[in-house]
Design a protein around this ligand. Structure first.
Ligand code: NAD
Length: 393
């Protein structure tokens, strides 16, 4: 008997990934399609990678009810990954952060309930409990940060969205089915082709901006290889099924490579592999934190006319320079999560070497240098302006 593609697809579960145009979402989508599901990726940005069999892209926003409905109708699982404002200048756009992270999550939950989706996995972040305080081997019993401890709006909105998702656990859908939800709190994501952190680091290397490290050399943080991220999400969706006694329902899990490492040591293979060497000077954390703060202040002043990319924000200084790492024991126990890659940057280095992004092969434009000089000039003048006022206090 010949089974047509559409007949075969009808038997497949539909899995929806919001934010599936991005690197983590697309990688998850590929994994789900390979394991026999029909995958719909919903994103405002088209993926830069080619769709594989059983993958479909729907261009649209998570705040657009109609688009979310189009994506979610008939789905068995929704992985809600779309978000805004994690790094760089996007961290400072509060209005859009709220709209996407909170509004988008509301829309997704409502759509799940309206369209009888029974499983929802929300992608969250360490930042819901971490705000610059040291955490060693933290676990899921840690409380959320209180409002005043958040150093950026993204983290606060992720916390609010996470709570909304968790409180929808057990709600009845329109036809009386039960919605099961869980949350995965991720460490910093990496992998070959990653588009958020690593391109920025590589461009800073190329501009000669990576001359120092900061924070205690003993400080440790977690990272998460994208393959482990995809594994955790797929397992989380399974752990919401009745076959797995809904073991993950209503719970949050920390997910990482489970190998805490100094942030700058983690990137050593990249610095060295692209020919830049490892920075020899190490600065204390505090001045770097205040520099980031000033950069944010300057950004606030000049962004209406020039929306520049801040070199660092306060949250990024904490994330990279203060010890915070978490146990993945709960994820191992409940989901069966076990990282297959641990702190392996070799694929990333190969990726950039293949692109020719090695020292000496780049030309930074004069305009770029001029723009950086202007930013530094502004920061200098804000310091001159603020210093007498701070010392007078
Ligand atoms: N990358 C990390 O280090 C990291 C760490 C912790 C948590 N996370 C979480 O992982 C998820 C993936 O984010 P990312 O930043 O790593 O990758 P990303 O930027 O590739 O993914 C976010 C995607 O969401 C899309 N998006 C933004 N606004 C949207 C909207 N209104 N409607 C639909 N799509 C929209 C973006 O276009 C993007 O493709 C997020 O939920 C993020 O909070 C990431």
């Amino acid at each position: 008997m010949v089974v047509t593609r559409s007949e075969a697809n009808q038997k497949k579960e539909i899995h929806v990934v919001t934010g599936g145009g991005g690197f983590p979402g697309f990688t998850l989508g590929k994994r789900l399609a390979k394991s026999g599901h029909q995958v719909r990726l919903l994103d405002i940005t088209e993926p830069v990678w080619e769709l594989e069999d059983d993958m479909e892209f729907i261009k649209g926003s998570v705040v657009d009810k109609q688009k979310v409905t189009e994506a979610i109708e008939g789905a068995s699982v929704v992985y809600h990954m779309a978000s805004y404002g994690m790094s760089g200048k996007s961290q400072l756009d509060k209005k859009r952060i709220e709209l996407v992270n909170i509004g988008g999550t509301d829309t997704v939950i409502e759509a799940c309930l309206h369209h009888d989706v029974e499983r929802l996995v929300y992608t969250s972040t360490y930042n819901v409990v971490f705000g610059g305080q040291e955490i060693r081997d933290g676990d899921e019993t840690l409380p959320y940060l209180s409002d005043e401890k958040f150093t950026d709006h993204y983290s606060k909105t992720k916390m609010l969205a996470e709570r909304k998702v968790l409180s929808s656990e057990g709600q009845l859908t329109r036809s009386g089915r039960t919605l099961r939800v869980c949350v995965l709190r991720l460490a910093g994501v990496y992998g070959p082709g990653e588009l958020r952190h690593i391109p920025r680091i590589v461009s800073y290397l190329e501009q000669g901006l990576v001359k120092v490290t900061y924070g205690s050399r003993d400080s440790k943080v977690d990272f998460l290889h994208v393959d482990n991220l995809a594994q955790a999400h797929a397992l989380a969706a399974e752990a919401l099924t009745s076959q797995k006694q809904h073991v993950a329902a209503g719970k949050a899990y920390f997910i990482s490579d489970s190998k805490p490492v100094n942030n700058f040591e983690f990137f050593r293979p990249l610095f060295e592999g692209l020919g830049y060497g490892y920075p020899k000077i190490n600065l204390p954390l505090l001045p770097v934190f205040y520099f980031a703060w000033l950069t944010e202040l300057v950004h606030g002043l000049v962004s209406p006319v020039y929306n520049f990319q801040p070199i660092l924000t306060r949250t990024e200084v904490y994330k990279t320079g203060v010890t915070h790492y978490f146990s993945t024991e709960a994820a191992g126990r409940d989901l069966g999560y076990s990282p297959t890659v641990q702190n392996d940057l070799s694929g990333v280095v190969t990726f950039y070497r293949k692109l020719g992004r090695v020292k000496g092969h780049q030309s930074t434009t004069l305009v770029y240098y001029l723009v950086n000089m202007i930013i530094l000039f502004l920061i200098y003048h804000v310091i001159l302006f603020l210093l007498p006022r701070v010392t007078a206090l």
